[in-house]
Structures are given as C-alpha cells and as structure tokens.
Design a protein around this ligand. Structure first.
Ligand SMILES: [Zn+2]
Length: 79
C-alpha cells in the first residue's frame, strides 16, 4: 500500500449524545459535538442530576488519558 498517511484526528464520543467527534482545534466544544450538547451537559451538572444512566462508552478519565497519549505521540515523532 503506497497511500499517503495523513494524520488522523483523535476521535472521542460526545459525552452527551455519544456521536463521534474529531478532537480538532476548530471544534471549540470538544469533547462535545456541538454547543448544544455542551450546554446540556453543563446544565445537567448544575442541576446535580447528572447520573450515569446505564453504561457509558467512556468516562472522562479515559478521555483524558487518550488525549495525553495522543499528545505524547504527536510531540514524540521527530524522525
Ligand atoms: Zn453531542
């Protein structure tokens, strides 16, 4: 395969609607997919009604770890 490898943006699941979101600078609402989801989530926290309903795809800790790992990968690639 002689395909050019373009850097793939890290993808996370929107904590609100679980849609796949590319972790890119232009996404101001990351890890949320949109402003709406971010506000909904913040509102839920403010109401203290943010409960885990069923299973979540990924908790915040694993998202943080993923991001840290991705950042390490990016900064550590000087070949
Ligand atoms: Zn969303």
């Amino acid at each position: 395969m002689s395909q050019k490898t373009s850097p793939r943006p890290l993808e996370v699941a929107c904590p609100q609607c679980h849609k796949k979101v590319a972790w890119v600078e232009e996404n101001l609402y990351r890890p949320f997919c949109s402003k709406r989801c971010k506000l909904l989530d913040l509102g839920a926290w403010a109401d203290e009604s943010h409960r885990i309903a069923g299973e979540t795809a990924m908790d915040e800790t694993s998202i943080d770890e993923m991001i840290l790992q991705a950042e390490r990968d990016f900064s550590g690639s000087n070949s």
